[in-house]
Design a protein. Structure first.
Length: 133
């Protein structure tokens, strides 16, 4: 059983933790002359760990997006680098839809003709083209 917290589904719980990560990060920053308790200094790490431990892909993918967004906002000199890295990661993550044999699609290799693994998109295109659609 995956962690649900006080919500009805692990994805909702993980996304709630991801959305609360910026506030946990701000809470871990000491004020002038303030000494923080140990748990507050580690709060961003614990929140991120909690989102990852829900074992849901959505929160696990959203957390680095939040980090990239915060890095782009807080460090204007990093915006171009963060933007290019985000585009490259998005291309790498979605390129599995367009590639042929041996593509990992939906967490499992899909068997194609002759037992070869093929993406769902390529099989659909082949099926439609063979029917003349």
């Amino acid at each position: 059983k995956r962690a649900e917290g006080n919500l009805t589904h692990p994805i909702f719980f993980g996304l709630l933790m991801v959305m609360s990560w910026p506030w946990s990060w701000l809470a871990s920053q000491p004020g002038v002359g303030e000494t923080l308790p140990w748990w507050r200094r580690r709060l961003p790490w614990l929140t991120a760990l909690g989102a990852i431990c829900t074992m849901s892909r959505g929160p696990q993918m959203a957390l680095p997006m939040i980090w990239a967004l915060i890095a782009g906002i807080r460090r204007p000199a990093w915006r171009a680098t963060v933007g290019v890295a985000t585009v490259l990661v998005a291309i790498a993550a979605t390129s599995g839809l367009w590639l042929g044999p041996g593509v990992l699609q939906g967490g499992a290799l899909l068997p194609g003709p002759g037992g070869a693994a093929t993406s769902r998109f390529c099989r659909t295109v082949r099926l439609r083209s063979s029917r003349g659609i």
